[in-house]
Design a protein around this ligand. Structure first.
Ligand code: SAM
Length: 240
């Protein structure tokens, strides 16, 4: 990447329903979990707030939580604006509006942002200021770890070695019986990461199992892929 090109990471505010659609999850599956959930990066999403209502224990981690709340929310509102422009100018990158009218979709982000702001004010300890690839959680802390719109969405910030370190860290903090789910596997222009096969091999050498899970998007039925990582019993952290 040219040194003078600044990469701006959007602070997005997705609701729980969108998380479920992205990862192929359901409220029933979340309720049935027997351990905590981690959302990393949490951004200004409503996952913690809404999953708490389901009875889940959920933490979000994101470096932006070190910033003042007003600044974070201002950036999240600007991300909503950027998304509105992107949907209007490059509609081919998004689900057709006849299945998901854009303005209704963005209003779901507005609601999620409000839920996030109220929940974070009420439960500040559940929003941890931390950045991959070093999270301040003990090994095996979470039954389910979700990571959306970061590691493959911003390849300029996460080249292959950084992706590997971040994924290994997400696996470290996840219980041996648990799973790490990552989506999307493509960048902002919809280009699938060309390094995915090598990355999965490198994960395999660390004893981390990876699987590409596919589900159909409700509406247009297009295919959506999620990278699922598990840590078999013989896992040993190593550094390469
Ligand atoms: C596009 S948002 C995704 C938020 C949420 N997961 C979602 O899907 O709406 C990307 C987030 O990644 C966070 N981020 C940037 N660098 C990070 C890092 N090294 N570790 C964890 N989060 C990071 C940003 O602060 C931002 O909130």
């Amino acid at each position: 990447m040219p040194r003078d090109r600044l990469v701006v990471v959007l602070i997005t505010s997705r609701p729980l329903d969108e998380y479920c659609a992205l990862f192929g999850l359901s409220r029933t599956a979340l309720r049935a979990l027997d351990g905590p959930v981690l959302d990393c990066p949490g951004g200004a999403a409503a996952l913690v707030a809404e999953a708490r209502e389901l009875g889940c224990t959920v933490l979000a981690a994101d470096p932006v939580y070190a910033r003042p709340a007003a600044e974070l929310l201002d950036r999240a509102e600007r991300a909503r604006g950027a998304m509105a422009v992107a949907m209007a100018t490059a509609p081919h990158r998004y689900q057709p509006a006849r299945y998901r009218p854009y303005e209704r979709y963005l209003r779901s982000w507005d609601r999620a942002r409000r839920l996030f702001a109220a929940d974070r004010a009420a439960h500040p300890a559940d929003y941890v200021a931390a950045a991959l690839p070093a999270l301040p959680f003990a090994d095996g802390s979470f039954a389910l770890t979700l990571s959306s719109y970061l590691l493959f969405a911003y390849p300029e910030l996460f080249p292959p070695a950084a992706q590997l370190a971040a994924l290994a860290e997400l696996v470290r903090v996840t219980d041996r019986a648990g799973t790490v789910l990552v989506h999307p596997l493509h960048d902002a222009l919809g280009r699938r990461s060309p390094h995915l096969p090598q990355l999965r091999e490198a994960l395999g050498r660390r004893g981390i199992s990876s699987e590409l899970r596919m589900h159909r998007v409700p509406g247009d039925g297009r295919r959506r892929f999620v990278l699922a990582l598990t840590r078999p019993p013989r896992y040993r952290p190593c550094h390469d």
